[in-house]
Design a protein around this ligand. Structure first.
Ligand code: NAD
Length: 487
């Protein structure tokens, strides 16, 4: 699977039908470690030809050993793979830390989450029941859930293992055969996962992994005429392209896109409890989390108090080499750093005020992609920094006076992924939960990306469809109605 290239770097091929193979055109891409800019590994630069091979392999698996496996058998196998993942936690977490730039503790938590997704969906595989339906006398009518067939999974770089776990776990539990296209910025743990799954007994072709550029392999996967379902997690712009491509084949698409998720703090909130959630949900994974809470809305009576408490917390934050396991690592690449820094320059140019900033560790390599975590105060709600997804460790905070204003501000962006509400007033909690436009609402807590058991997904430009939780299983299946006339 892995060989050493001439320069000593690990060299990964594509994983198709259980066999590691170079891209058809023989080209490679180099992955970099964002903590110090060093070269990390070579991966295959696939093309449409490789995607075609992978789709054919997945199709063949559906009529082979994989397609013949019972739901219980699939469930037991997912459990075995889950256990095998945990046995390799040391390797997987170090690779994820180097590849994505996330602190080791977070990388280990991501391995545990991957294993937990497989455990959850393994246990659920034989519990998705159809129904018998009342119909005319002399008939028995059944509904049964069947796999779509070949599912395509396009994964971003921010949580490769978690996002693989949630979409692949549910797809395999339902009996689909998958073609996975990881992000070109970070994909080593997904490639290692393919090895682990095969060693644990996953039949050839049930999982295929093709690496390469989004515009090449991602586009080829989303437009392939023999793919039956696409699960896409990534940016709004790419999601729109994927949905348009899939529409040519009239294929269903799940879109998990971005967000500008608010946390709303009312004057009666337990502020001491809230503050770590307010900050951590913004800077976790250096702010590169779709459900990051990047907007903090605070009722005016406690506005200064919350800013002071958050600022004190910010001053304890340090960004450094992912393997030294500080509060945050670098962002994923120099390109991402430039995007975040452009937003910070815009903030400066427009006179936005910095409430507090964290530090970059003194020993962080100069060649790493580090950004100082930054809290900006009194940001006008229509400013680009309050409207656009920055995808870096930057939060904006702004005041509100009334409940109505809080709802208007919370709903006042294009996105609708997650919302946090902090108040001790039970009726207000429920009014807010109903009024905000979001796929998930957290009251007096906030789980950025958390909750394997909890259905997750957006409204508005944050996407459609749900992954995670039991609900995801229905998304990876199609319902067939069987009507039997027996007189
Ligand atoms: P991106 O859209 O650039 O890339 C995501 C994936 O799509 C990558 O694998 C990429 O190679 C592929 N891709 C790129 N161009 C493509 C094309 N033309 N056709 C098909 N595939 C293509 O996103 P990104 O910058 O890697 O990730 C950040 C974005 O992802 C943010 O907006 C973030 O909010 C979002 N995200 C959402 C969730 C969620 O669950 N809602 C989770 C993580 C990230």
């Amino acid at each position: 699977m892995v060989s050493e290239a001439e320069n000593g770097l690990r060299h990964y091929g594509n994983f198709i039908s259980g066999i590691w193979q170079d891209a058809e055109q023989g080209e490679t891409l180099t992955l970099k470690n964002p903590s110090d800019g060093s070269e990390l590994a070579l991966i295959a630069r696939g093309t449409a030809a490789d995607i075609d091979l992978a789709v054919k392999a997945a199709r063949a698996a559906l009529s082979g050993a994989w397609g013949g496996m019972s739901a219980t058998g699939r469930g037991r196998l997912l459990h075995k793979i889950s256990e095998a993942v945990l046995r390799e936690i040391d390797l997987l977490s170090v690779l994820e830390a180097r590849d994505v730039g996330k602190p080791l503790t977070q990388a280990r938590a991501d391995v545990v989450a991957l294993a937990r997704y497989l455990e959850f969906y393994g246990a659920a595989a034989d519990k998705v029941h159809g129904e018998t339906l009342p119909y005319q006398n002399g008939f028995t009518v059944l509904s049964v859930y069947e796999p779509h067939g070949v599912t395509g999974h396009i994964i971003p770089w921010n949580y490769p293992m978690q996002i693989l776990g949630r979409s692949l776990g549910a797809a395999l539990a339902m009996g689909n055969a998958a073609v996975v296209k990881p992000a070109e910025e970070a994909c080593l743990t997904i490639l290692e996962f393919a090895r682990i799954a095969q060693q644990a007994g996953l039949p050839d072709g049930a999982l295929n992994v093709v690496t390469g550029l989004g515009a090449e392999v991602g586009a080829a996967l989303s437009s392939h005429p023999d793919v039956n379902h696409i699960s896409f997690t990534g940016s709004l712009r790419t999601g729109q392209a994927v949905q348009a491509a899939a529409a040519q084949n009239a294929v269903p698409v799940t879109l998990e896109l971005g967000g500008k998720s608010p946390q709303i703090v009312f004057a009666d909130a337990d502020i001491e409890r809230a503050v770590p959630f307010l900050v951590n949900a913004g800077i976790q994974n250096a702010g590169q989390t779709c459900s990051a809470s990047s907007r903090i809305l605070v009722q005016r009576a406690v506005y200064e108090q919350v800013i002071a408490a958050m600022s004190a917390h910010y001053r304890t934050l340090t960004a450094g080499n992912a393997e030294t396991d500080l509060s945050l690592g670098p962002v994923v690449s120099e390109r991402q750093k430039a995007i975040v820094e452009n937003y910070l320059q815009l903030a400066q140019q427009d006179g936005l005020k910095i409430a507090a900033q964290g530090e970059i560790a003194g020993d962080a390599p100069q060649s790493g992609a580090y950004v100082r975590p930054t809290l900006l105060r009194d940001v006008p709600p229509q400013h680009r920094l309050a409207q656009e997804e920055i995808f870096g460790p930057v939060q904006v905070i702004m005041p509100f006076d009334t409940e109505e204003e809080a709802v208007r501000l919370a709903n006042g962006t294009a996105y609708g992924l997650v919302c946090g509400v902090w108040t001790r007033d039970g009726a207000l909690q429920l009014r807010m939960a109903h009024a905000v436009q979001a796929g998930q609402v957290f009251i007096n807590n906030y789980g950025a990306g958390g909750g394997i058991e909890l259905p997750f997904g957006g409204v508005k430009r944050s996407g459609h469809g749900r992954e995670k939780g039991f609900e995801a299983l229905y998304g990876f299946a199609t319902l067939k109605t069987i009507s039997v006339y027996h007189g």
